[in-house]
Write a protein that binds this ligand. Structure first.
Ligand SMILES: Nc1ncnc2c1ncn2[C@@H]1O[C@H](COP(=O)(O)OP(=O)(O)O)[C@@H](O)[C@H]1O
Ligand SMILES: [Mg+2]
Length: 421
């Protein structure tokens, strides 16, 4: 067969052979990207009812545009499909509206990245392609610019503010009020409609009662997935991303039963997909073309067991201890080394604090926190022995995987910040 491609003329058969062998190795994934958390699937099995609810809230955009400015709140635990639901809705709704001759735009703002009112509004402007003058604008001016831009073009927009609790917590009640409740001020404001995504309605306590009451009026609540639902989701996503025959129902069922809400799991689709991904990767790394239950067991161990026991230990740790632990995890990942010096951890910690909007603690306090972590067995420390600059403390983590740990810590820290703990 290689003859027909004229390969025989290649001088170096050796390199060809290597590449050919690699290419012919058994493979599990036909598209790894479609298993990544960022990927937006075509369909959302078991979110049909919620998609209908969402659509009914925005129906005015294709019946009586400009009649109201809608505000809807989506809530649910991590991995219940909040982000996916909003994005799929935005994608399909705008497409269908266009077909009907209505101009509806969609923008999805991540409030974890854009934490201030100004950044949120600027991101909305960017996503809607609003030309912005180079001189600095205030939030209000920017907002007006967007409204006028839409008005001139007779367009309407649905804006999703994802991880809204994060924005609300960082930017405070005035910023929230500006976004949530400016609706009744002028007709022009009806150009914008909003979807707010937050992790749980109970944790919206930081809003003033009127704003909260207003938000809760149009609520789409996503329940954690049951085992059967996760099975269907896994099956659908596996068909998309993996070769037929590389997995079977037993494997998917095993994951679904582990993670299903009704079976005592978290009902978290992201976690279920991650287990499948990790299991597939280890089968592939072993040169096998089929995922076994043992792969899944290992993947479950790697993605949760360690994390679960650590999470137990750090659940009630003070926030700065968690920020330090996160700095250690990040730095170990970044450098690929097995041990870190106290000084570099402290440097990373300062950057991490800035990211979360926290004021870093002083050196002696940082040292004390590291020692606490060491005492509770969460990190290991040892003295480097006498070097040129005297003794230094070396820090390491005996477990992993680091990426999962990093994600876990990030979520925990955000939750704590949001609750003011
Ligand atoms: N019903 C579903 N069908 C297919 N994939 C889903 C479904 N629900 C969630 N997912 C996938 O699970 C992962 C987590 O969903 P996501 O929307 O990020 O959850 P949340 O925003 O609630 O934390 C994503 O990869 C998403 O595509
Ligand atoms: Mg999300």
């Amino acid at each position: 067969m290689s003859e027909s491609f004229g390969v025989a003329s290649l001088e170096n058969k050796n390199t060809w052979k290597i590449i050919e062998e690699e290419l012919e190795k058994p493979s599990i994934f036909k598209s790894r990207e479609s298993l990544s958390p960022e990927y937006i699937p075509d369909q959302l099995p078991h979110r049909e009812k919620e998609l209908r609810e969402l659509t009914s809230y925005f129906k005015h955009l294709v019946t009586t545009p400009g009649s109201i400015s809608q505000r809807v709140l989506i809530t649910g635990r991590v991995g219940t499909g909040k982000t996916a639901l909003a994005k799929v809705f935005g994608r399909d709704f705008t497409r269908l509206a266009t077909e009907k001759g209505y101009k509806v735009r969609y923008a999805h703002v991540n409030c974890h990245r854009n934490r201030t009112l100004y950044n949120v509004i600027a991101d909305i402007g960017r996503q809607l392609d609003v030309p912005v003058p180079s001189r600095g604008l205030s939030s209000k001016e920017m907002y007006d610019l967007i409204l006028n831009y839409l008005d001139e073009r007779d367009e309407y927009a649905i804006i999703t503010l994802d991880e809204f609790h994060y924005f609300a917590n960082i930017s405070g009640p005035d910023a929230v009020y500006f976004i949530v409740r400016t609706y009744d001020a002028e007709e022009l404001f009806r150009r914008l409609n909003f979807i707010f995504i937050a992790i749980d309605p109970v944790k919206l306590g930081f809003l003033d009662p009127t704003t909260e009451g207003y938000l809760l009026r149009h609520l789409v609540k996503l329940n954690p997935y049951t085992s059967q639902q996760l099975f269907d989701i896994l099956k659908y996503r596996a068909e998309d991303s993996m070769y037929e025959g590389s997995y079977d129902d037993e494997v998917l069922r095993f994951i679904a039963d582990f993670e299903g809400w009704d079976k005592g799991g978290g009902g978290n689709a992201r976690h279920a997909l991650e287990i499948l991904h990790v299991a597939g990767s280890s089968a592939e790394a072993d040169g096998r073309s089929r995922i076994t239950i043992e792969d899944v067991r290992k993947a479950i161990m790697n993605t949760s067991r360690e994390i679960l026991s650590v999470s137990e230990a750090i659940r009630d740790s003070p926030i700065h201890e968690l920020l330090i632990l996160l700095s250690i995890v990040k730095l170990l990942r970044k450098t690929g080394r097995s041990e870190l010096k106290m000084g570099e951890v402290e440097e990373e910690y300062n950057a991490v604090c800035e990211f979360y909007g926290e004021v870093p603690r002083r050196h002696t306090q940082v040292y004390e926190y590291v020692m606490n972590l060491s005492r509770t067995g969460i990190v290991q420390t040892r003295s480097s022995g006498k070097g040129q600059r005297g003794r230094s403390t070396l820090i390491t983590l005996p477990y992993g995987p680091l990426d999962v740990l990093e994600k876990y810590l990030d979520e925990l820290i955000r939750k704590k910040i949001q609750l003011g703990l």
